[in-house]
Design a protein around this ligand. Structure first.
Ligand SMILES: Nc1ncnc2c1ncn2[C@@H]1O[C@H](COP(=O)(O)OP(=O)(O)OP(=O)(O)O)[C@@H](O)[C@H]1O
Length: 363
């Protein structure tokens, strides 16, 4: 269900122009992220979709229909909404929080609770947490409950306003992965608000960068925004290591992969004048054996130097470069999708490919 902003402006009664002539289309079944500094109008834009805020001028279309033609209550039943701190009802159990919308939609109690239990599982929460109250959960768990509750409406559209901002970076990454996984199954139209550019480029099919004054600065794919910022504001907002981060979107089969000497843990390695990668019986990397090492008998993990990151063939070249740069042997270990060693790359080989794609032509 596509969402279209057509020349939408919101001026609050005190004269603040929160959103200034916004025009963009959020395509059906995609995640669009509104990102920008505090006060740039992200939340106001989001809330004009479900009529929590009414535009001063312009039109918001949902599936081609002006949202202002639908009564707010009816409109909101068809739009999931997740906010920071989850906004859970403190005096209702987790299960009843999630069952709220199905109950409001006239489902019987038992059916609504069954559905709620199913949703807890979908967002990765153990079912026994359903009996607890929100305060008895961690911040990350509460956010998952918030997502489950928004999914309960089974609506094609999901609005998410800084849903993961209140949790620590590791939990946040887990929640982001979970959302991407869910989205692959559900294919909803999601509008997501954040002030964090990393979160935006990680989650968004499209990213809308806004500037204070409620103006849209740039709307494009994450790769576009990182690699071709339209002006100095966007360039400085996306950060100074954007060139490197942009490599996350450059996937190439052209990185040359060289053969590499391997030696199996538990066998006698013999002499070797070069770095060799030690593997287990399944061909998975276990560490490096430095040149001219003297190993007494069979090779054990204690003889090895810890490896760097691994590069899975066919994934973005940023991983290949990182593998090469983080390797004690200056050779990035390349694995297949089963995690077995298939060769090595040098930073030079990766850079050669990057140089063939200036300006991110393959991004
Ligand atoms: N009810 C209101 N009355 C007057 N001004 C408002 C109101 N709500 C928001 N604003 C102003 O409108 C502008 C945009 O606010 P909005 O909340 O949409 O920004 P935001 O980008 O979501 O910010 P943040 O990241 O800090 O949440 C700000 O200047 C804000 O102070």
């Amino acid at each position: 269900m596509a969402i279209e902003f057509q020349g939408v402006t919101k001026k609050y009664p005190d004269g603040t122009v929160a959103v200034d002539n916004l025009s963009l289309t959020v395509e059906d079944g995609t995640i669009t992220v509104f990102v920008g500094p505090s006060g740039c109008g992200k939340t106001t834009s989001l809330r004009m979709i479900n009529r929590m805020v009414e535009p001063t001028s312009g039109t918001v279309l949902l599936d081609g229909k002006d949202v202002c033609d639908s009564p707010p209550a009816q409109l909101r039943r068809g739009i999931g909404y997740v906010i920071q701190h989850a906004g859970l009802f403190p005096h209702r159990t987790v299960l009843d929080n999630v069952a709220t919308v199905p109950l409001l939609s006239g489902w019987g109690k038992a059916k609504a609770r069954d559905r709620a239990a199913e949703l807890l599982e979908i967002v990765g929460l153990p079912s026994e947490l359903g009996k607890r109250y929100p305060a008895q959960l961690s911040g990350g768990q509460q956010q998952r409950v918030g997502v489950a509750r928004a999914l309960a409406a089974d609506s094609p559209v999901l609005l998410m306003d800084e849903p993961f901002s209140a949790v620590d970076p590791i939990v946040r990454e887990g929640l982001q992965d979970e959302l991407l996984r869910l989205q692959q199954q559900l294919g909803k139209t999601i509008v997501f608000v954040t002030h964090d550019i990393d979160e935006a480029v990680r989650l968004g099919d499209k990213v809308a960068v806004m500037r204070v004054g409620g103006k849209l600065a740039q709307y494009g794919t994450p790769s576009d925004v990182l690699r071709h910022p339209v002006d100095d504001f966007v360039a400085s907002f996306v950060g100074k290591d954007r060139g490197y981060r942009g490599l996350s979107f450059l996937t190439s089969e052209e990185v040359r992969i060289d053969p590499i000497d391997t030696v199996e843990v538990g066998t006698v390695p013999g002499e070797g004048a070069t770095w060799r990668i030690a593997v287990n019986g399944d061909g998975e990397p276990r560490g490096w054996l430095p040149p001219n090492s003297t190993v007494d008998g069979e090779l054990t993990e204690r003889d090895l130097v810890a490896g760097g990151s691994l590069y899975q063939k066919g994934t973005p070249v940023r991983g290949a470069l990182d593998a090469a740069l983080s390797s004690p042997a200056s050779l990035g270990v390349v694995v297949d999708d089963g995690g077995r060693v298939i060769g090595a790359v040098t930073a030079r080989q990766v850079l050669d490919v990057i140089e063939q794609h200036p300006q991110g032509a393959a991004g």
